[in-house]
Design a protein around this ligand. Structure first.
Ligand code: ARG
Length: 461
């Protein structure tokens, strides 16, 4: 059985050990310690400014808190499960160091507004790191695009060859996904970066705290406007995990393509050896395990999102202990997305498109059929009619084992007298690509412009 709790005044019996094991969070929330201490230091400075603490008391507490931080950073801190969570562990050690004055730290504060503050500070810092990682992966796609402008490939719909595109255009499609992810995190940050301190347990506090002052010290943009909401709001946690889930979904789509592209059947890219693994039985194998695991880990992060939404759905106002279950999904989602972004950035940087193979495939599957239909339509044939004519041409080719490029002008003219000699010039992959010269299209001119636009916007070199 453990020693008396910091909150143990009204209790006659000691806490059951199994209950301690069941209710503790210190095993995982200890990572919040630097934020917890920063929040406490700001709170103490404010208490002093308001005349609630004497300057010498405030100074002693701050020195004590700094020592606790040092012990934690140097790995000397003795975390105790029976002290429940990071907040109690820090406060208990503070009181050991500075004596009874340490007990004044918690004036006008509750663990409810304290933990809400800690989690917000933590999420803010993680958003900053994730923004950097998102920029790094965007740069990797941009570089692939910039350095491989001559690579053509088949574009797909329904995973069936559709129309030829530039490999660079395909790479910049991923750039856009991770650009939107950046916007989402930045938007979330607006709602994260407000200070709940001063909400106390749920109703505010009778001490004359200066909430704006504490908020400013901690770099918050403002203060929360309703104490009851502030101690029980975890919308920002759900949003954060959703943002992570969205990044994972984008990485998972990339992974799926890389798994396909690195097969013998596709043969579109060579993945860097350092990011693949071999088989213990089949000597010839080079498996895209990192991509597969990224796809797999996406499931974990979706699980984190469902977990937080489910924890929150039944909670009456205000704080309920269920809220402690916000942390593990949050930490897991953030850790997973950061590691996944790092390793996938290296893959994108290191992968090599197999130009010849892609070019070969770009023409397959009658990928120029739309161009032929557009040709007829431009000569006045209604597009639906043109579509039918080219469909018949394709059926003819399939019958004769030919492709569209193999057809003579005479053969074309059997299907429509609108075909002239220039239809034969149309039968090139580059011609098809460059004809889609419209903003957002795959023509080389457009893709080059886009690469320039991104260079300027992002400051990439
Ligand atoms: N460990 C708790 C949490 O994460 C801290 C807040 C505890 N508050 C309370 N009233 N028991 O939610």
């Amino acid at each position: 059985m453990s020693e008396k709790k910091l909150w143990g005044g009204r209790f006659k019996e000691r806490t059951n050990e199994l209950v301690e094991e069941f209710t503790e969070s210190v095993s995982y929330d200890k990572r919040l310690a630097p934020f917890d201490i920063a929040g406490s230091v700001a709170h103490v400075k404010m208490l002093e400014k308001q005349g609630i603490l004497k300057p010498e008391e405030a100074q002693k507490i701050i020195e004590g808190l700094n020592q606790v931080l040092k012990e934690i950073e140097e790995g000397r801190f003795q975390w105790k499960r029976e002290l429940e969570d990071v907040h109690m562990n820090v406060e208990k050690r503070l009181t050991e160091i500075v004596g009874p004055v340490g007990g004044k730290l918690h004036t006008g504060r509750s663990r409810n507004d304290q933990v809400a503050t800690d989690v917000r500070l933590y999420v803010r810092k993680e958003i900053e790191e994730i923004l950097d990682l998102l920029k790094a992966i965007r740069r990797a796609f941009w570089k692939q695009a910039k350095e491989n402008l001559d690579v053509v490939m088949p574009g797909y719909t329904h995973l069936q060859i559709a129309q030829p595109v530039l490999y660079s255009h395909h790479m910049l499609a991923y750039y856009q996904m991770f650009k939107r992810d950046e916007e989402r995190f930045k938007d979330t940050l607006k709602r994260v970066n407000v200070s709940p301190l001063g909400s106390a347990a749920l109703a505010g506090t009778s001490y004359p705290l200066d909430r704006e002052f504490t908020a400013k010290l901690l770099g918050f943009d403002g203060v929360t406007r309703n104490s009851m909401d502030a101690v029980s709001d975890r919308d920002f946690v759900a949003e954060m995990i959703f943002n992570c889930a969205m990044v994972m979904m984008h990485l998972s789509r990339l992974s799926e393509e890389l798994v396909l592209w690195s097969t013998e059947e596709f043969g579109f890219v060579e993945l860097p050896d350092a990011f693949c693994t071999g088989s213990s039985i089949m000597p010839q194998k080079k498996n895209p395990d990192v991509s597969e695991l990224t796809r797999g880990k996406t499931g974990r992060v979706y699980g984190d999102l469902v977990a937080i939404l489910t924890v929150l759905k039944g909670l009456p106002l205000t704080y309920n202990r269920d809220l402690q279950e916000d942390k593990e999904p949050l930490f897991d989602a953030i850790d997973t997305v950061k590691l996944s972004l790092k390793v996938n950035t290296l893959i994108v940087e290191g992968m090599k498109p197999r130009k010849e193979r892609m070019r070969e495939q770009a023409k397959k599957g009658f990928s120029l059929a739309t161009d032929v239909a557009d040709y007829l339509a431009k000569k006045g044939v209604p597009f639906r009619e043109a579509h039918r004519i080219v469909g018949e041409l394709v059926a003819y080719c399939l019958d004769k084992g030919k492709s569209l490029e193999d057809l003579s002008l005479n053969e074309f003219r059997q299907f429509s007298d609108k075909f002239d000699k220039d239809v034969l010039d149309l039968m090139s992959v580059e011609g098809s690509i460059n004809s889609r010269n419209i903003i957002g299209g795959t023509a080389r001119e457009q893709v080059e412009k886009e690469i320039e636009r991104i260079r300027e916007e992002e400051g990439f070199e």
